[in-house]
Design a binder for this molecule. Structure first.
Ligand code: BYC
Ligand code: FE
Ligand code: FE
Length: 483
């Protein structure tokens, strides 16, 4: 029996689930492995596969388990199957099975629902790696390059996490789904990834930072909800994934913050106080603040779409059957069944936005999305503190829930970032002020020149305040060995 806290590195696939004595699943995973490596080489980071990257690897699943950092070539990263420890006596935290012992095997009646959620979760992980495939070539520093690759190997490990669940608990279907997870491809017309945001481009580093701040945060919220699952293996795997997610959002928050900081510094140095003096600011080689707001608008709204429809019977069924809980379900003070509860949800009817109370059971997606918005507001507040520090009159805001939506009640509605309903024509005309244009993208692209020297940073972004693993400023986070 493997020690369930420490990770065993004696099999090809590091794990804390006793894989070496689970021949069938080990075999299935080993069979999947070569296709996975092909995917990594073909769809993962372009270039840099021979570079030595200073990565962290989990040696145990407790919080201290992240202390191991070392140089590793990415294809040799030890992607593993890691579950948080089993909680003794855990019970189903919500829905009609409330209080019953958590399931250790798939409950037959919920098999297809559970499989669908695991497949959707699994699909997003490799998608994000594909979206970030070409960013290495324009990394603003070795520090940032290393962070990109850390995020990439961990998202790839999240794919492993879902594939383990599929292979161990879903038999033949699970093996088929695992194969398909390597076949769909972000942005493909024939076989796209399942959710909207994961087929969008991540064309530059500001997008990468916005993505890791906003879209990885959807990942956090969804994983939190799945960590409440009555299906205990899913709960445990998501609990461990959440410890990785924190770093991804750190990369996003600090990346956007460092971009803002550099712009503010450059404006101060040049004596420019008007953030809308865009040509002059761009001439300084930094990204103007209104363009940062546009990128925020795009990535935040794409991420809101990931929560699904505000009112959803899928979501009600998942909650009611105890397959997916709410954010921090066990800490909520209510009946955990939502028998008579209601929840306010926005509606868009006849060109009017109304708030309506609906059965809380059907508003599970909306509630999680509201929790997400609260969570996302924290970093925005910290970014805004930077403007005050540099004496620049500017404020980043999260746009209205109706702005630029493709899913749910506001899909396609012409609503401005401040929530004003406008005409379709006005939307067409003004959307250039609210969302990044081709010209904005071209300008940002013009700044995306790699900086390969240790301790140096591209001119559009400030250095981080502290290094990874407390390394000094000139630490060589990636030893390139470019082919
Ligand atoms: N794009 O009843 P509804 C992450 C579909 S991110 C396309 O509202 P439900 C990560 C929906 O599938 C977290 N289609 O659906 C982050 C349904 O289709 P069917 C990923 C969409 O089930 C960064 C129909 O519309 N994990 O980990 O209540 C880097 C009706 O919708 C979209 C999860 O999402 C969309 N945006 O809610 C790396 C957790 N939205 O079945 C990784 C698992 C909805 O009628 N997934 N549709 O054909 C779920 O919990 C739910 O499936 C959703 C949708 C919340 C996504
Ligand atoms: Fe992930
Ligand atoms: Fe992530």
């Amino acid at each position: 029996m493997a020690d369930l806290m420490n990770v065993s590195y004696d099999t090809l696939i590091p794990n804390n689930v006793g894989l070496s004595s689970d021949r069938k699943v080990l075999k299935a995973l080993e069979k999947w492995h070569p296709g996975y490596l092909d995917w990594w080489q073909g769809q993962g980071p372009d270039g840099f596969q021979e570079s030595l990257v200073y990565l962290r690897t989990a040696v145990s699943v407790d919080p201290k388990g992240w202390a191991k950092f070392d140089y590793v070539k990415m294809p040799q990263y030890r992607w593993g199957v890691l579950l948080a420890p089993q909680v003794e006596g855990r019970t189903i935290p919500c829905g009609e099975h409330l209080g019953e012992p958590a399931w250790q095997e798939v409950p037959g009646e919920y098999r297809s629902m559970l499989r669908r959620l695991v497949v959707i979760q699994g699909d997003t992980e490799p998608a994000s790696v594909e979206q970030q495939r070409f960013l290495g070539a324009t990394a603003p520093s070795l520090y940032d390059l290393r962070n990109l690759f850390q995020v990439n190997v961990e998202e790839a490990r999240h794919l492993w996490a879902m594939v383990y669940i599929l292979q161990k608990y879903f038999g033949k279907d699970g093996r088929e789904e695992s194969a398909e997870l390597l076949q769909r491809q972000s942005g493909s017309t024939e076989k796209p990834r399942m959710l909207g945001a994961f087929n969008e481009a991540t064309p530059d580093w500001l997008s990468f930072f916005m993505f890791t701040y906003f879209t990885d945060r959807d990942g956090k919220m969804q994983l939190e909800a799945l960590a409440q699952s009555g299906f205990d293996p899913l709960s445990r795997t998501c609990r461990f994934m959440l410890t990785e997610e924190a770093h991804h959002m750190f990369v996003g928050e600090t990346g956007v913050g460092r971009t803002i900081q550099r712009t503010c510094e450059a404006m101060n140095e040049a004596g420019i106080s008007d953030p809308y003096d865009i040509d002059k600011i761009r001439a300084l080689g930094v990204i103007d603040l209104p363009t940062i707001q546009k990128k925020l608008n795009l990535h935040y709204t794409l991420s809101l779409d990931l929560f699904g429809a505000e009112v959803s019977t899928n979501a009600a069924n998942a909650f009611n059957s105890g397959i997916k809980g709410r954010y921090q379900e066990v800490k909520i003070d209510d009946d955990h069944r939502l028998k008579d509860a209601t929840y306010p949800v926005s509606e868009y009817v006849d060109g009017e936005i109304l708030l309506r109370d609906v059965p809380a059971l059907t508003a599970i997606n909306m509630r999680l999305r509201d929790d997400y918005t609260k969570d996302a507001a924290g970093g925005v507040k910290r970014w805004n503190a930077l403007f005050r520090k540099y004496n620049i009159e500017f404020e980043l805001i999260l746009p209205h829930e109706g702005f630029h939506r493709q899913i749910g009640v506001f899909a396609g509605a012409p609503i401005a970032p401040d929530g004003t309903i406008i005409s379709d024509q006005a939307w067409q005309k003004q959307s250039e002020q609210w969302l990044p244009t081709k010209a904005d993208g071209d300008f940002i692209q013009s700044l995306m020149k790699p900086e390969w020297e240790s301790g140096r940073y591209a001119g559009w972004i400030a250095p981080p305040r502290v290094g990874i693993d407390n390394k000094p400023g000139d630490f060589e986070y990636v030893q390139l060995h470019m082919a």
